[in-house]
Design a protein around this ligand. Structure first.
Ligand SMILES: C[S@@+](CC[C@H](N)C(=O)[O-])C[C@H]1O[C@@H](n2cnc3c(N)ncnc32)[C@H](O)[C@@H]1O
Length: 310
């Protein structure tokens, strides 16, 4: 499969150096290094964390006949933040079985994950084009959405929207949607006991520690802490923030530059939004201007997934 590059490696490397300098790392860098991509694939297979979401995708695939009928014989699938594409392929395979010809467009900032998604599609004899782009940019999002003529199936899964400002991101997504398009999107449901506890899962910790290790920061250099906050813009929006706090003076290396960190200094490690079911519905419908056609709750109750139209 071909890959179109909108976001170059040189751009990402430049942004990464600036982000480390600013002590604030956006989501895309967590998946950027090849070792991080590998850790993500391991994490995404962790049954305790993502097993419920896989069951939801199997259910969406089992229910996909009406979706296949809606698209007639042709369904382009554009997945924003596709990762290794494994969830997307569950649906594509069911659509193909229902007689739909699928073109697949995985969109991701991680070259490594994009290559894996494209290779997986090729193995399953799915045609398409990978797009290396920044899905937090409205311009890149429109470019990727226009990879195919409508009607299209858009996907944003794995609580990918929760690592951006979801109020802005859902509007960008909604603006890309034309009549006949469908969006399958999920969010993580907030749970007073489990949401923070899940962040301590060893595979989850290994995942973000890999990023720190890539810049020369080891476990013995400090501590990663999580905080729970509420986003006051709407009832039921819960924000889990995380940061690294240096326990001693140390230096990180980014793009060959040494960056000194003093004891007690912090590096922001992005955030993840989680939602009450009411807040997730509000986000999609009232705020995003979408209509929910079908909604799924994963059997472990962790994820809410909605099939929407505009
Ligand atoms: C939480 S993972 C979800 C992956 C996949 N959709 C799944 O359900 O397993 C988020 C994905 O979004 C990608 N990503 C994060 N920030 C991004 C950005 N700004 N632009 C493009 N991709 C981004 C990551 O590389 C990663 O593959």
């Amino acid at each position: 499969m071909k890959v179109e590059v909108v976001l170059t490696e040189a751009d990402i490397a430049q942004e990464f150096a600036e982000a480390i300098e600013a002590r604030d790392l956006p989501e895309k860098f967590f998946f950027w290094f090849p070792r991080s991509a590998k850790q993500w694939i391991t994490l995404a297979q962790e049954a305790e964390l993502y097993g419920g979401l896989v069951q939801t995708w199997n259910q969406i695939a089992a229910d996909s006949k009406p979706l296949a009928q809606h698209f007639g014989g042709r369904a382009p699938v554009i997945s924003f933040g596709a990762g290794d594409g494994s969830r997307d392929r569950i649906l594509i395979s069911a659509l193909k079985d229902a007689g739909c010809e699928c073109q697949y467009y995985p969109v991701d900032a991680s070259q490594c994950l994009l290559e894996i998604a494209c290779a997986g599609a090729e193995d399953d004899e799915i045609d398409g084009v990978g797009i290396k782009a920044d899905i937090s940019s409205p311009v890149h999002l429109v470019y990727a959405a226009d990879a195919s003529e409508p009607p299209r199936i858009f996907i944003m899964s794995g609580n990918t929207i929760g690592a951006f400002d979801p109020l802005a991101e859902i509007r960008y997504l909604s603006q890309c949607m034309k009549p006949g398009d469908r969006l399958i999107i999920d969010g993580e449901a907030y749970d007073g006991e489990k949401t923070l506890a899940r962040r301590g899962n060893p595979a989850a910790r290994r995942f973000f520690q890999t990023l720190l290790r890539n810049v020369g920061i080891g476990e013995e250099d400090g501590e990663v802490r999580f905080n729970h906050k509420r986003d006051e813009r709407h009832e039921g929006l819960h924000l889990i923030t995380r940061h690294f706090r240096a326990d001693r003076d140390l230096s990180a290396i980014a793009a060959g530059e040494e960056i000194a960190l003093e004891r007690g200094e912090r590096i922001g490690l992005n955030f993840q939004y989680t939602y009450t079911p009411e807040a997730f519905q509000w986000l999609l419908c009232e705020h995003g201007g979408l209509e929910i056609i079908t909604q799924y709750r994963s059997p472990d109750e962790r994820f809410i997934t909605a099939v929407c139209k505009r």
